[in-house]
Design a protein around this ligand. Sequence first.
Ligand code: GCU
Length: 138
Amino acid sequence: AAAAEYQAENATIVDGVVESNHTGYTGSGFVNYNNAVGSYVEFTINAAAAGSSTLTLRYANGTTTNRPMDISVNGAVVSAGLAFGGTGAWTNWADAKVNVTLKAGANVVRATATTANGGPNLDRITEGSGGGTPTGTP
Ligand code: GCU
């Protein structure tokens, strides 16, 4: 099946803002996490069937310091402090992958910043094998 894409700008954003000032994002923008511990973006990801899957988080980090985040699925942290290292520029986007177990139907996936720097800029999450191909923007 084709991988499903969930744009961060359409997700629930707590302590962050939608921006579009750095090119290369997909959709209409990306989320700039506020520089704070606990800022998060929460997605509702629909799985056709229960089972293992891969979440691909497309992000940019124009600094040289990791922007770690906890990734949780349905309230349980499945990847603690995933690094989200520097991508060289805010216009360079990279994929971070997390293997997860999803239930059939709606799954709540949250990516929460764990340091005072906040999260990276987050473009989207893709669910499913394959991970999709970034299409970019002007
Ligand atoms: C810069 C950059 C933002 C980024 C921010 C940060 O302001 O333009 O896109 O989110 O740094 O450090 O988080």
